[in-house]
Ligand binder design. Structure first.
Ligand SMILES: [Mg+2]
Length: 287
């Protein structure tokens, strides 16, 4: 009996799900999308929020570093704006034509007998557009995106009652905060839920019904990889072959999947359990 149980376990695949970041993970950084996105964010901060040009580089850097996304940081320090308008502005003018169809990645994904889910901090419109450009729109069973974790109605943003609220004219001076390091003042919290917050990752897994112990997480961001590891995920850092703390694997490109993680294919596939192609699944993780 003991032998039989062990035998059965050995046949069981290690993972139920492969969880993929989108930007700079499924396509290379060299596409220029990330650089263009940063410029659009700066333009939004200047044109729509009236922030001085000279303050933008430091401010962007600090907000991204401390809050996960610049958008989350802007909300934390007191700027109020419509999330959809922000996403339209920042993503609407990206050079999407730089993203080319990727039949190699497509066949790799379709040959992997696991549920595959996208997990991005971006909005759904952007995620769907990128997947279409890559020719991968039917390779995933769900998308966890900005709208999955956050209410799109800014009036219903989840601000806890015991957290300090900052609205309108009261803008927190985060650049000054780090220059002076006033120990008595805490950084304000953001109502936006996004990676690399461990709570955001845990919430995403819960919504998608995923067990972190049986999920492999692909990311180009080291801090997201490390947060994922703390939540219990196995992790694959994309964009470098140098493993860092928190990364179980490191691949220069997502195209190196087959050589880099051969065990993903060494599983016994039951014919009714494969997820290749357009397989209907019940998980409704799309926002
Ligand atoms: Mg990324």
């Amino acid at each position: 009996m003991v032998f039989e149980d062990r035998f059965r376990q050995a046949q069981r695949p290690k993972y139920d799900c492969l969880l993929f970041d989108l930007d700079d993970t499924l396509y290379p950084l060299s596409s220029g999308i990330a650089a263009s996105c940063l410029q659009n964010i700066k333009d939004y901060m200047f044109e729509k929020l009236g922030i001085e040009q000279s303050k933008l580089p430091d401010l962007c850097n600090l907000l991204y570093k401390n809050y996960g996304t610049t958008m989350a940081g802007l909300r934390a320090i007191g700027y109020d704006f419509d999330y959809d308008e922000y996403h339209n502005f920042v993503h609407g003018r990206l050079p999407y034509d730089n993203i080319k169809p990727d039949p190699v990645l497509r066949s790799l994904l379709l040959s992997l007998p696991y549920k595959k889910v996208i997990f991005t901090n971006a909005d759904k419109i952007h995620a769907v557009k990128v997947l279409k450009k890559l020719g991968l729109e039917d390779c995933f069973q769900g998308i966890i995106c900005f709208e999955t974790l956050n209410s799109t109605n800014k009036n219903f943003a989840s601000v806890d009652k015991d957290e300090p609220e900052c609205f309108g004219s009261e803008i927190f001076d985060i650049v000054g905060h780090f220059r002076q390091l006033n120990p008595g003042v805490e950084l304000p919290k953001t109502p936006i839920i996004c990676k690399p917050s461990e709570a955001a990752i845990a919430r995403a897994l819960k919504i998608a019904g995923l067990n972190p112990q049986r999920t492999l997480f692909f990311e180009d961001s080291v801090r997201n990889i490390q947060a994922g590891k703390r939540v219990g995920l196995d992790t694959v850092l994309i964009g470098t072959s140098q493993r860092v703390k928190g990364a179980d694997y490191a691949l220069e490109s997502i195209h190196n999947l087959r050589e880099g993680i051969t065990e993903l294919w060494n599983v016994e596939i039951k014919s009714n359990k494969g997820y290749a192609g357009k397989v209907a699944v019940k998980t409704s993780v799309t926002a």
